[in-house]
Design a protein around this ligand. Structure first.
Ligand SMILES: [Zn+2]
Length: 218
């Protein structure tokens, strides 16, 4: 993935979670957010590398759990309440569900969706994060979607640092079986269905090809 694109995606993420009054120019708050994001990007890049270097093919239960534990710590550090939803009943590792509840009863409810697993099995030869040039890296799941998970966490960390999460309620659901769904689906999809019913807005952070015409809206 391109780090430049990563940075743009992060800013888009922040923009999409806040009401924007103007598209023409950034207001003071937004400029503060951009500064905060810039500050957090070196750490974000380290966190992608760390997650990518843990194999988490959907059927590598221990690996998916390890990535779950890593993201759980990162979300706890921002002040989220984090639960591990065990997946043994549907033959997969499980999901991370993190929540931040606003004290404001009218706060908008936003669901942010990522996934912990990749298509690269434990015995795959493609195992490591590799910096290709200043702006590009490769690795198993670097774009699909450990990069997206890091965008979620870095966006929240940046907003939290600026006390901008007070009037928004957020759930982050990182599923452990996106690439290969556990069965029965009624159990493996229960968390995402429940979260969707709860949410006013749901945002998925899986990457695309930068063409709005091919963006997934479902
Ligand atoms: Zn994906």
């Amino acid at each position: 993935m391109s780090f430049l694109k990563f940075s743009h995606a992060l800013i888009l993420t922040l923009a999409s979670t806040l009401p924007l009054t103007s598209h023409a120019a950034l207001d003071k708050n937004e400029r503060e957010i951009v500064k905060q994001v810039d500050k957090n990007i070196p750490q974000a890049l380290k966190e992608i590398e760390q997650a990518v270097n843990i194999n988490s093919g959907s059927l590598n239960i221990e690996g998916v759990k390890k990535v779950g534990a890593l993201t759980s710590e990162q979300l706890k550090a921002i002040g989220f309440k984090v639960e591990w939803l065990d997946g043994s009943a549907f033959n997969r590792a499980g999901h991370v569900l993190a929540a931040h509840e606003s004290k404001n009863p009218d706060a908008i409810k936003i669901l942010m969706i990522g996934h912990l697993d990749t298509v690269f099995a434990k015995n795959d030869n493609f195992t490591t994060y590799k910096q290709l040039d200043a702006d590009t890296a490769s690795g198993p799941g670097v774009a699909d979607m450990k990069g997206g998970n890091t965008i979620i966490i870095t966006a929240l960390k940046s907003l939290q640092a600026l006390n901008l999460l007070e009037n928004v309620s957020i759930k982050v659901l990182l599923t452990g079986d996106e690439e290969s769904s556990g069965r029965p689906l009624s159990l493996s999809k229960q968390a995402i269905v429940d979260a969707a019913i709860w949410a006013d807005v749901a945002l998925g952070y899986e990457n695309g090809d930068n063409n709005i015409k091919t963006a997934m809206a479902a």
